[in-house]
Design a protein around this ligand. Structure first.
Ligand SMILES: Nc1ncnc2c1ncn2[C@@H]1O[C@H](COP(=O)(O)OP(=O)(O)OP(=O)(O)O)[C@@H](O)[C@H]1O
Ligand SMILES: [Mg+2]
Length: 335
């Protein structure tokens, strides 16, 4: 690895139960001080990747180096240098927030006096100092997330892994978590690897993003690079007809780059939306149909995601495995 690549992943794969390819030969690197995001829908393989990189589960094949240490051969060295904020809550309900953190500090072998001071500082960072002596069972979902974040930082890690750090949080708490993440990067030059469903979150926080879908990395780059990769505006429209396919007719119109159809909805990539939209309406009217809805968008990360995966983050077709993880997501967002 080069000096600055603190995480180097090579052909990493995980197959569950001999058949579910949760992660399929992914390779990427992360530079020191980067905020790197894994963006993908339910079941894409984000948590599985984090679990492998943090040595909680073993890869089926491939390897990764964290600060030069192999996740396979040097797992204890890896663990000592990283922090983890898991997707599921791990804190003990019957203990106070402070004692939960102290428990983890003990596991790392941090002397008590140092641990206590450190935990107080961390509780201040995540604005839990007022509640740190209350039992976790009395915490709201947002407070629990913030506690998990503080716990993930107890060993002063060089790299922090965050699995869906803002899932189910209200807008204000989400903004607070974003602030802490930015502070960790800025004040401590910490490297952060995070996963998220939220395009907006990936867009505003991450230096680089990997779009992951069905266990594979589809694209990697800065948010701007991913947006620029689309190369055009998008006109989305609906037609009062879903039996005749207008795709070919629309494709032939000068200035249309690409057409995707789902029933009576069309997603049309064009060079310039303002000039093409009237042409599209005219062409559809000439066929005897009406445009019932129309919107124009300049590239956003949302569009990039659709473009690269061919589907929307919110309109996942659902497999049985995914139902379980969606239920989990729902449960988490309610708590
Ligand atoms: N312990 C397991 N045993 C069997 N299959 C699993 C296990 N854990 C995850 N899977 C499957 O592996 C795939 C990837 O799951 P993973 O949890 O890594 O996805 P994710 O991207 O984190 O999803 P989410 O956004 O819902 O958290 C899914 O199809 C999931 O059902
Ligand atoms: Mg997950």
């Amino acid at each position: 690895m080069t000096e600055n690549n603190v995480i180097v992943v090579r052909n990493l794969s995980k197959v569950y139960g001999g058949k579910i390819k949760a992660v399929n030969k992914i390779s990427f690197f992360i530079k020191r001080g980067e905020i790197f995001g894994f963006l993908g829908p339910n079941g894409a393989g984000k948590t599985t990747t984090i679990k492998m990189l943090t040595t909680l589960i073993a890869p089926t094949s491939g390897d990764a180096r964290i600060l030069g240490y192999s996740i396979k051969g040097d797992s204890s060295m890896v663990r000592a240098s990283i922090g983890v904020v898991p997707q599921e809550f791990t804190a003990d309900e019957d203990l106070t927030g402070f004692d939960n953190a102290l428990l983890i500090a003990d596991l790392y072998g941090i002397p008590r006096a140092i641990a206590k001071k450190r935990i107080s500082d961390l509780m201040e960072l995540v604005e839990l100092n007022g509640a740190m002596n209350r039992k976790v069972s009395t915490y709201s979902g947002g407070m629990r997330r913030r506690l998990e974040l503080a716990i993930g930082l107890v060993n002063h890690p060089k790299i922090l892994f965050l699995d869906e750090p803002t899932l189910g949080l209200d807008v204000q708490t989400r903004a607070a978590v974003w602030r802490y993440i930015q502070k960790l990067k800025k004040d401590y030059n910490m490297t952060l690897f995070m996963t998220t469903h939220y395009l907006e979150e990936a867009d505003s926080l991450c230096d680089r993003i990997a779009i992951i879908d069905r266990g594979r990395i589809i694209r990697i780059g800065s948010p701007n690079k991913l947006k620029a990769g689309i190369g055009g505006d998008i006109v989305s429209l609906s037609v009062n007809n879903d039996h005749e396919d207008l795709t070919d007719m629309l494709r032939k119109i000068n200035g249309v780059v690409e057409v995707k159809r789902v029933g009576k909805d069309y997603r049309i990539k064009v060079k310039l939306a303002e000039t093409l939209a009237p042409k599209l309406i005219t062409a559809i009217s000439a066929k005897g149909y009406q445009v019932t809805k129309l919107s124009m968008t300049k590239p956003t990360l949302d569009e990039a995601y659709l473009e690269y995966t061919g589907r929307s983050l919110r309109e996942e077709e659902t497999s049985t495995g995914d139902v379980m993880s969606q239920r989990r997501t729902l449960r988490l967002s309610r708590s």
